[in-house]
Design a protein around this ligand. Structure first.
Ligand code: IMP
Ligand code: MG
Length: 187
């Protein structure tokens, strides 16, 4: 695993916001809640690629239920640091979700535009219920009303990378989450 003190990737960070240990502990707590809440239900966990992949793989292993997994890849038009809400599906679910309890697992909710599109899209396919589990939430930046059902951490309005989150497709492999130095994305 990358060492924060030695890895050159960490030099672009202003500071570390959440360590791998903090993330792991929070995932265990959310896993207990999900195990309780979805007891006896047909649960499908949907990973929103690519950002949610590390969180998804840790999160599903903390849920003690016979769940199924599926993957969706979406691209939201906009700049590198802001989404526009116009969402295109690059890879759709493999199986239909009629009558299933669907849990969307996402990396971060910012404006809320991406997730409100996804929620409407998946509910229209006949899911029995639709819930959202996000690792991070920036409630201060919401443009549409959206409250995640499960949230790892509410964070300030700063651009963060690591543990799946990228800037221009980089930094996804950092095991911790950090605030990127503004000069990295303004230069
Ligand atoms: P929303 O549609 O504005 O809620 O944006 C959600 C998407 O924007 C996320 O899935 C991320 O891909 C991206 N995003 C928002 N904030 C950040 C951030 O701080 N770091 C990296 N990606 C972010
Ligand atoms: Mg994303």
């Amino acid at each position: 695993m990358l060492n924060a003190a030695q890895s050159p990737l960490y030099r672009d960070l202003e500071r570390i916001l959440l360590t791998r240990e903090q993330i792991r502990r929070r995932i265990d707590e959310i896993g207990e809640a999900l195990t309780r809440d979805f007891q006896g239900k047909d649960l499908v966990c949907v990973c929103i690629l690519k950002g949610a992949a590390p969180f998804f793989s840790d999160m599903i292993r903390a849920i003690d239920l016979p769940l199924r997994v599926d993957f969706m890849s979406i691209s939201s038009y906009g700049s590198a640091t802001k989404s526009s809400g116009v969402v295109r599906i690059l890879k759709d679910l493999d199986r239909d979700i009629v009558g299933q309890h669907v849990l969307i697992i996402e990396d971060i909710v910012d404006s809320g535009l991406t997730l409100s599109f996804l929620k409407q899209n998946l509910l229209a396919r006949g899911a029995a219920s639709l819930s959202v589990c996000t690792l991070l939430d920036k409630p201060g930046r919401r443009k549409v009303a959206l409250t995640p059902d499960y949230c790892g951490f509410e964070i300030e309005d700063a651009f963060v990378v690591g543990y799946g989150l990228d800037y221009a497709e980089r930094y996804r492999n950092l095991p911790d989450i950090g605030v990127l130095k503004p000069e990295v994305y303004t230069s």
